[in-house]
Design a protein around this ligand. Sequence first.
Ligand SMILES: *Cc1c(COP(=O)(O)O)cnc(C)c1O
Length: 377
Amino acid sequence: MAHGGTDERSWVEVDLARIRANAAALVRVAAPARLMAVVKADGYGHGAVPVARAALAGGASALAVATLTEGEALRQAGIDAPILVFAPARPDLARRYVAHRLLATVVDWDQAQALAQAARELGAELTVHVKVDTGMGRLGFLPEEALARWEALAALEGLTLEGLYTHLATADEAETAYVRLQWERFQGLIDHLDARGLRPPVVHGANSAALLRLPETRLDLVRAGLALYGILPPNVPQRTRLQPALTWKCRITAVRTLPAGWGISYGIEHVTWRPTRVATLAVGYADGYRRALSGRAQVLIQGHRCPVLGRVTMDQVMVDITDLEEDPGQEAILLGGSGPLAIEAWELARWMGTIPYEVFTGLSPRVERRYLGELDG
Ligand SMILES: *Cc1c(COP(=O)(O)O)cnc(C)c1O
């Protein structure tokens, strides 16, 4: 774990033993369905390659990424497991799918034909998963189209039709009527294919929330992202023990006592009302510590919650440590930590006006990734 060459302003510590344990827990919940670990967007900001290795060590059977390039990066790191690319496969890029043995997503008939032709021209066979839009309104065949085209799709030379999948729009919402409607549509399609002996070997529809909440959605395979990183989606039973894997820390670069009536940060939205001990932190919105946190967030210093004063700037943020009795030391925790005062991903996300997915994927490249609990071999 080399930290050489970095200036150690702000970093995340990713505990790979926790990722592995989360994967193992999800494997147990999903069984007999298999676990596909979703490591798109650089493993939700945690680092796709180490996360993928940890998830596979925990029993995941396959991986999923958003883009072709993300899939290639896993192969280049020597990862051998099946990898599904969610983005529709572009026929002009078929060669790269073949070269890296990536599973391609097919979303409509024109693309399927062009992809099949590209595969034939390469003298290759591409393995594909067909995406069906059951009500997410984003990508895929409508269920009736999929049914009408299925035999033609299966007959396309150059493509091996391995999978069928859909994506749920409201699996983590309190109201379940819509997710049940989406599921009825998908199940209806599966039943029709089954009746004609056309069901492909790998049918899947569950994300983290559906996996944990709606057992009927587990089918052959579940696609878990958020839960793998140890964060429970809303409205799921708390039975599954998951451990957040990521802690975000930064360095304290200055500690000063400012007089009462002193303005702090751009726009002077905060003016001290008493002599105030202020710590200046080496993190800002260019690291992903978003400006929406201005005057609203708290950080953990020596186990105490300290409020952010005034606006978050591009590279720095100021916090009030007047009430801290201890020496503040050199580090602040922005996300994570232990004990009842730990800052949970949902709490930081709420302060930002967003969701943990965006907090994690918003960690900029400037934030160094460090790994704990590294796996042997
Ligand atoms: C991102 C994604 C997932 C994983 O969702 P989580 O809520 O993180 O479990 C599953 N399937 C598809 C198609 C996705 O894009």
